[in-house]
Structures are given as structure tokens and as C-alpha cells.
Design a protein around this ligand. Sequence first.
Ligand code: HGY
Ligand code: MN
Ligand code: MN
Length: 415
Amino acid sequence: MPEVNTISELRINGGRLCRRIEALAATGAIEGDGVCRLALTDEDRKGRDLVCGWMKQLGMRVSVDRIGNVVGVRGGLEDVAPVMTGSHIDSVATGGRYDGALGVLAGLEVIASLNDAGVNTRRPLAVAFFTNEEGVRFAPDMMGSGVHQGALDLEEMLASRSIDGKILGEELKRIGYAGATGVNRFRAHCFIELHVEQGPVLEREAIGVAAVTGVQGISWTEYRIDGTANHAGTTPMHLRQDAGYVAAAIAVEARRIAIEMGGSQVATVGAVELVPNLVNVIAGQALMTVDLRNMEEALLQGAEQRLADFVNQIGAREGVEISQRKLARFEPVAFDDAMVALVEEIATSLGFSCRRMPSGAGHDAQMFAPNCPTAMIFVPSKDGISHNVAEYTAPQELEAGANVLLQVVLNKSDY
Ligand code: HGY
Ligand code: MN
Ligand code: MN
């Protein structure tokens, strides 16, 4: 066991971390250096198998729970609540190689570095990857961590149907990750997640690390608009029940509301399907999603209400039937101030510039915040790009984030 004062000089092995990031990125690799590892697909399974193998090589005890979350534990000197870190390895279809993967692999790098240094901690250390953080194949997002920490119901999630018509519980069995470990039991001493910022702030301000203060509220709604398919040439404008037009109008209104509200309000129409989607047929049906977010719950509710009022009005005006389904709804989350301050203090003591900021994206950490002291560490995203194969964070920035993670874990684990 090294002298205590050398532990603060302990550093991760940046080259090993980057090599693992590259190796994981080879699973589900797509053109442009990106990844497509949609939750519970074969690509996700390949990534899962690779990371589980690394956990076992590091001597961790690996368990899989009933929603497919994987937790690796490095034993401590005492059998007490662990210090936990982790993130996700599933991706969106046009994903980057750092979103989620960095948090999981930096967690493993912390374990490897402590193993190399022969450091034993009083508290056990846990590194996890959670099922379906992205929520794009199966909704909602942060599904696995939500079930893990009791925010979402296991049976309801196991029964959820994907956009390609599969049942989540069956997909878990198909890829061999329908685990036996119960859910909503595991309580960490604290939770800390490293993630790329996925936005422009750190790069724009030339700041190396963010101590993340919380996560904004998320509201996902799917609208199904049923009009009347008809001939594009023979149907007078006043006789149309045009689902395509109504979908477009809802998209325009969602954006108008967000711009008019300003502040942190954002609105996104990411998915639109028209039926029959043909040049000379007035769309008889449209299926679309609206993603609304705001740092403040009351404002998010206000945006939801304004859009709902508009949907009712335009449905009546255009003579179409509009049904809707809530795909995700999470209130804003504030992280633990002492943990946030610890991230800030450690980042600064390591010589990195640091600022506090909230997260515009959802993260697994937000599911831990109600149950234990929780915070996040951000490192910059080049050009603020994410959910895009061009997502990039430089090796020295990855290494900086992982070293902050190492010291936060050490600090909280009573080495
Ligand atoms: O949607 C999100 O914010 C996250 O990427 N799941
Ligand atoms: Mn993520
Ligand atoms: Mn993401």
C-alpha cells in the first residue's frame, strides 16, 4: 500500500483508457468514426460482452439485474455501501464514441489504476453500465438506471415495445442479459458520473472540466395524427384532412413556443413518419415525436400546456384525429452540493479550469440523485457536437476527466 501522500499524485493511464474507448467503438462501428449500438441489439450485446470481459479481467464481481443493468464491484476492506460510478454503452443510431462509453470506461480505468497501485479502499467500488439510457429504440430514456433506483417500474419496462416492434424483456433474453439480480435494492454511498458535455459551453469558454449541478426536465410525447389520404391534385384545399400539414404545424409551433419562452426552453421534433409518404397523396396519417426540456419544472409544464392547447385547436380546425402517448417525463434534478463542490475542488487542485453548469442532456446519474449524494463531471465536446458521428473529445481532455473521477472516487471511498 503506497504512502498516503502518494495517492493524491495517483493518475490514470490515459493511453489504456483511449485504447478501451477505441475497442468499444469497434462494436457497432459506423461510417465517420461513429457508433450505432441501439439498446439490446446485437451491437449492444457485443459491447456488453466486451465490457463485462474487462470487468472480470480487473477482478471485479459482475452481476446482471432483471433489466439488464451490469454492475462490477471491486471489494473494499469493509462490506459497506459502495462508491459507484458508471454510465451507458447503448447509443443513438448516429452516435459518437464517447457518449456514455467514457463514463463506463473511465470507471474501469479508475479500478485498473487502483489495482496497479495496490490501493485498497475501505468502501467497495462499483462500476456500472445501465440498460437503454438513450431511450431511442425503447422509451423512455434512462430506463435501466430508472428501474435500478426505483424511479421506473420493472414489469412495465420489460413489457415495453420498441420502435421496431420488439418486446424489451424478450430482447434481453435474446441477447443473454436477462439477469436474475433484483432491482430497486442497490443503494450506493454516492454516485459520480463522467460524461462528455455534448454542448458548446466548455469549449467556447476554454474550460477543461465542469462540475455539473443538475439535469433539466425532459418531456417526450408521441403524436398520432389521423386524417384522410386523398389525391394531391383533385382535392380542394378546404376539403383536406391533411396529416402531413398538421404534423408540420405542430413542429413549427413547438419551435415558436421555445423561442418565445427563451431561457433554457428547447423543443425538438426528431421523428416524423407520414403514411403513405408519397408525392401525390395527401398524408392520411402522421406519427411524430416532440422533445421539450427546461431547467424549471413550472416552465416545462407551461410549454407542455401551450403545445397541448395548440394541438387541440389545430386538430379541430383541420378535421383530423390526434392521439398522443407520453414517451418520457422526468422533472429537473439538482445534484448534491457537497459532491458538486468536491468535483470543483479536485478539478482545480489538479490544475484544471473548472466551472459549474447544469446538464441539458439526461443522464443515468439523475436517477441516483434522490437516493444518494450524486454529481457529474463534464469534459468538453468539440464544436459542441453530440448524437452525431462527429462527436469528439481530445485524449488529454478525456484523461483530465478520468483523473478527476479517480480522485473523487478515492476521496469518497475512505482509502
Ligand atoms: O435524451 C437525452 O438527453 C439522453 O441522451 N438520453
Ligand atoms: Mn449519454
Ligand atoms: Mn446520448
